[in-house]
Design a protein around this ligand. Sequence first.
Ligand SMILES: N[C@@H](CCC(=O)NCCCC(=O)O)C(=O)O
Length: 253
Amino acid sequence: MSDAGLAVIGVTACNQELGLHPFNIVGEKYLLAIADATKGWPLVIPALGHCPSELILPRLDGILFTGSPSNIEPHHFQGEASEADTHHDPKRDATTLPLLKAAIEAGIPVLAICRGFQEMNVVYGGSLHQKLHQVGGFIEHREDKSTAVEVQYGISHEVQIEPGGLLHDAWGRSSAEVNSVHTQGVDRLGVGLRPEAYAPDGLVEAFSIKEAKNFALGVQWHPEWKVLNNAFYTSIFNAFSDACERRAKRRVR
Ligand SMILES: N[C@@H](CCC(=O)NCCCC(=O)O)C(=O)O
């Protein structure tokens, strides 16, 4: 395929200070997953605190909402104020929350990962446990930060996959193994979200949007991590890619 036929896939950025200056950054693994595991090319969407969705959505064939060490500010889900040292990125919240809703309503294929998955839940009126490990009854969902990154993003637990959903269609089996690199998790599920996978402790780990006009899947784990080495992760990106490619063929350029 010539480059002209590639799908253009937006990838959401985060804010971070580097030295004396504020930067917009995206983990390279998200960009590589788009470049290597889809028939698309990544285009970074900056987290400037707003996003002209009417300008950019007609130009995009899909959007990947990335994970991030930062947590969504709890006022977005009527949660209790977080502890003083909590890492937030209000400009990312102000960019991605409205953009996610607008993208889904416009029928843009969406894959939302980890923080992105939590954003999808919040956009649809859901809420989050801010510290899953303090709730009780959940397995450990955090990475061990004292270990090498390969260990942190290595397989952590199984998920049970609901029949008849996007994930089951993509993978064709009722269970899979996933990594786990998160402190927060779904408390109240958003309205109109269809659970697609559960952790062994019952935590919702994937969902889709019942009334979405196009592919709209959120996953709590990180399928972008070494995506081509993991058949399950690859199947998720393949399904997302197919949806983006279909839109790319229809979209007037
Ligand atoms: N901060 C949230 C979301 C966790 C998350 O997205 N982790 C990713 C870390 C960096 C990366 O791999 O991009 C939580 O802790 O639940």
